[in-house]
Design a binder for this molecule. Sequence first.
Ligand SMILES: Nc1ncnc2c1ncn2[C@@H]1O[C@H](COP(=O)(O)OP(=O)(O)OP(=O)(O)O)[C@@H](O)[C@H]1O
Ligand SMILES: [Mg+2]
Length: 297
Amino acid sequence: MPELLHSAIFGLPAPRTGKVRDVYDLADSVLIVATDRISAFDAVMANGIPDKGCILTQMSSFWFGLLTDVCPNHVLSTDFETIQARCQKPQPELKGRSMLCKKAKTIPVECVARGYITGSLLKEYNRVGSDVHGLELPAGLIESSQLSEPIFTPATKAEEGHDENISFATMVDRLGRETAELLRSWTLELYSRASAHAASKGIILADTKFEFGETEDGIILIDEVLTPDSSRYWDGSQYEAGNSQPSFDKQFVRDYLETSGWDKNPPGPVLPADIVEKTRAKYIDAYRRIVGQEPDL
Ligand SMILES: Nc1ncnc2c1ncn2[C@@H]1O[C@H](COP(=O)(O)OP(=O)(O)OP(=O)(O)O)[C@@H](O)[C@H]1O
Ligand SMILES: [Mg+2]
């Protein structure tokens, strides 16, 4: 199949579109379609990475299955026949990249677990010090240091889509203690189980973000889980604290963009064919290593 940049389902209103996924409201459920769009530096590139949406949907599906006993999740079906049956006309382009999910009301706090310090938290730690967001981190942490134990760092979506870290106390104020504590314990358990699996494959799961939603039957895990779009995966064999670690999936794209003359204002430029091909190979490699089989493309 050629790359799929935009989806459309006959007879349905236009989906809600994120940077990468298209979400269709099916009244009782949602159909989440992962396109081949790729974003870097918060902008979507002009072309995509063929099959990326399939690879990431299947990776997310693998993780939902592996972690199903930690907490309930939104997956109803990834079976294409079932999904096709919900459409009025044949939609073969959705195969392998779509997930039929229970509809939930998104809880407006992103649940992040970190085993290493980098990114936004490292910046704040360097500015504020050890008691950043009440975390009481040790002194002397450097870029990509491993933490003595994984920490929970909730965040909210700020105006322009950038996430803003908040303290656990603020999360309790917003959601109530019971919900905040449940989400924290699920998040840390999901992270611990997933990072142990990744480690057994030579991959470090540095951090990851989960979203939860409310349904009539209680709180469930929603969205995508443990894809390179929601997680930082590092190659265990190249890890070295003190430096920023190469991104497992987007390194070629980022390196290219740094030298391309693009001013990092959206939209992103067209990626050349060799960058697209190398990046596609990286996604397939990540899938093989994590899942232990070939993606169904
Ligand atoms: N089961 C579900 N029920 C209802 N909404 C869901 C469910 N699972 C995921 N969502 C929502 O669907 C959306 C997925 O869209 P997506 O992640 O592509 O876009 P986004 O989060 O708005 O933007 P970004 O591109 O920055 O991630 C999110 O808003 C997510 O909260
Ligand atoms: Mg999102």
